[in-house]
Each structure stands twice: as C-alpha cells, then as structure tokens.
Design a protein around this ligand. Structure first.
Ligand code: SF4
Length: 390
C-alpha cells in the first residue's frame, strides 16, 4: 500500500533514521483545569496522552497543580537549558537500544497535555525557553509540539514562527473527528471550525500540521471516519497553495514565499495578538494588543503536513472506561484483521505528500483495558505492515 511513512520521510529529509524523544513542558490542559472544560477528553489518561515523556526537574509532567513548583523553580534561562538537556539525556536512554546505524538525529516531541497553553507570562517565558533550548541542541533535528487548536493565539504563533527559523517545527493537533456531535460526546471542547482556522494560521507562518484522528469513536461509522480523513486532507497542506513537500522531493520554501501565500507582501502581520491569559478555548484569535510583525528575511524549510491514526483504546481511570462500564456508550472492538481492512480503505484517501506519522498508538500497558492486542506496538506494526502490503 502506497503511503509516505514518518520513517521514510525523515530518512529522505535528514539522511537517516530520526528517533522521537518525548519531552515535557510541564503545561497542563485547558480542557482539564476548567478554562474551557473539566475532566478532559473522555479517552485521555491522567498523563495527558504522554505517559512516556521525560519529566521536568521537579518530577511532574503537567498533570496537576504542582506545575507551580516548576514555574517558580525555573528562574533562569541557564537552568531551563540545563533542565532540557537533562530531559533529552533521559529520553535518549529510552531509545538507546533501538538506535540503528542510519541514526540521523532526534525529534524533540513535546507530547503530553497542551504545550501552548500558558496561564501567565512566566509560564509562557519558561516554556518558550524550553522550546528554544531543545531547538538549539545539536542532536535535535526537528521539534514537534502537541497542542489544542484553541491554544494558538497570535503571540504563540509569533513564537512558533521564530522557533521554526532554528529547527523545523511541526504542530500536532488532536482533532480526532470532524463530526461535532462526536466531538461533544468525547468532550473535545472546541468546534471543528476552530481546528480549520488553526491550520490556516500555522500554514501562514510556514509550520506544518500533524492531525490526530481516532478510529472507532463511539457512534462513528466507517464512512464518518473517511469523512474525517477527507476533511484533514482538504484543510491541510495538501490543498494549501505552495505548502508541503513530498518524500521524493522535500520542498524547500523560503520564508517569504510561505508568508506571501495570500498576503502579497514580504512581511506577515499576525493580528491581533491575544494577551496572555485570554481564554484559549473556542478562541477565534480575537483579542487585543499590538500586531506581531515577523521578520521575513530568514530562510526556513517547512515540514509537510501529516496525520496520526490511532484505534480508540480504553484506558484505566478515564471517563471512557466509566462510560463503557455504565453502558453509556457501546464500542465496536476491532480485531487486528478488521483494523487492517479499515486502514486499507482509509489510507488511499491520504495523498502521498502527507506523511503518515502513526498507524497505531503506544498505550501504557499498565493502563490498557481494550483492545488488548494493541498493547505490543511493535507486533501490531509488523502485522499491519504485512497486511497492508499489496
Ligand atoms: S486536549 Fe489533549 S491533554 Fe487535553 S484532555 Fe484532550 S487529549 Fe487530554
């Protein structure tokens, strides 16, 4: 089956295998702390979908209010840089046994929670310093930042645009479904049009988007899942003029070209800029403050858009576990064969210039309730790759 895998794309782009290092910013999530919701998405575990992330120096990864300890602790850029270096070293030990001869570098992956949700200036400054410290690390070849589409106000876009001038940045957005009825059921906390706008905003500053979608959400048919993929493809870079690359020809864009898409000038004005503390939820980036002007002289190489596909997993301690137990929802439990057959139907909807970053999740085994066959990611991937061969 013909699709562009993350591994193949990174080999073409960086000349060898690139390994993800899961790092933590210590951010929490506005869909958990009450800013736009409580309880979080129904499938999300206490670790904020990032159980494997290296922890910050005070030992947490954003799951509770002890984040304040970190914000007070990290008082200088030197300390933050040291902290990031330590996180990178710890994360490297977790992939050390897997390194192949074709090793080309690491992707710094800020995975858990909402990594662009800042509750005050100090938190923003601290996390920004973390991102830049990671980008300046010699072994880091690219940065991936997982966040919510409603947590990307102007000042964050401005910061990401600057970061993208040091190392290529990908922003990962958890859309999961295009269907707003399902989105309400899973307590996603924002409307699909908020995602659409976030993608446009990120493209306007030359940043590629990786969209997460979940297969097997309650009440969704296979046609609905296909709708989600079609929406992602049409909203993302595949349809955006001048954006994205292909595996055979990673397109190098100048910053000017990317910013000139639709603007007609060499200077991009991100406007308006939300002040720190504006609610990120259901935001349409309306806010007050000075417009951010980005220097367009620097050349960058953008990352292409991508997609992460995951089968819904029921984890211990989640709202989904409770809903299944109480029979509030009924889930279809896909067998490996059914899942492979569904992927055979869905993958052809994804153009080759969009990178498929994931075909299965990597659940924390101690939390996984179902489907249990997804516990061993390596085995599942081997099976899927065989099953998807033409
Ligand atoms: S937005 Fe992300 S971190 Fe927040 S509850 Fe949903 S899945 Fe979890």
């Amino acid at each position: 089956m013909d699709y562009t895998s993350f591994d193949n794309y990174m080999k073409q782009r960086f000349g060898g295998k690139v390994y993800r290092l899961s790092l933590s910013t210590g951010c929490t999530c506005p869909n958990r702390d009450g800013r736009c919701g409580t309880g979080g998405c129904i499938f999300c575990s206490a670790g904020g979908s990032g159980e494997f992330a290296a922890k910050t120096d005070t030992g947490h990864s954003g799951s509770s209010d002890d984040i304040h300890a970190d914000r007070n602790y990290l008082i200088s850029h030197e300390q933050i840089t040291d902290s990031v270096k330590r996180q990178i070293e710890i994360a490297k030990t977790k992939v050390a046994s897997k390194l192949s001869r074709s090793f080309a570098g690491y992707l710094a992956y800020f995975q858990s929670f909402t990594n662009t949700y800042f509750r005050d200036d100090k938190e923003f400054a601290g996390v920004k310093a973390r991102f830049f410290a990671a980008a300046r690390h010699p072994e880091i070849v690219a940065i991936a930042i997982a966040t919510r589409p409603d947590a990307l106000p102007g000042y964050v876009l401005e910061m990401l645009a600057s970061l993208n001038q040091i190392k290529p940045v990908i922003v990962e957005l958890g859309l999961q479904t295009v269907h707003d009825d399902t989105s309400r059921l899973i307590n996603r906390g924002y409307a699909t049009k908020v995602y659409d706008k976030a993608v446009r905003d990120l493209h306007a500053i030359g940043i590629g988007v990786v969209t997460h979608m979940i297969i097997g959400l309650p009440g969704e048919t296979e046609d609905m899942m296909a709708d989600t993929i079609r929406h992602i493809v049409s909203t993302c870079g595949c349809a955006a003029p001048g954006h994205a690359g292909s595996v055979s020809d990673p397109v190098k864009h100048s910053y000017e070209n990317l910013l000139n898409v639709g603007s007609g000038s060499g200077v991009s004005v991100i406007s308006p800029v939300n002040s720190v503390g504006t609610s990120p939820c259901h935001s349409t980036s309306a806010g007050s403050g000075p417009a951010a002007v980005i220097d367009t002289d620097l050349k960058i190489t953008s990352m292409p858009d991508g997609i992460k596909i995951q089968l819904l997993q029921v984890l211990k301690g989640t709202r989904l576990e409770e809903m299944v137990r109480n029979k509030d929802v009924t889930l279809h439990e896909y067998s490996p064969e059914e899942y492979a057959a569904l992927l055979r139907r869905l993958l052809p909807l994804i153009p080759k210039k969009m990178v498929v970053h994931r075909l299965t999740g990597d659940p924390p085994k101690n939390l996984l309730i179902s489907p249990l066959w997804t516990a061993d990611k390596k085995r599942v991937l081997n099976y899927l790759h065989k099953a998807l061969k033409d």
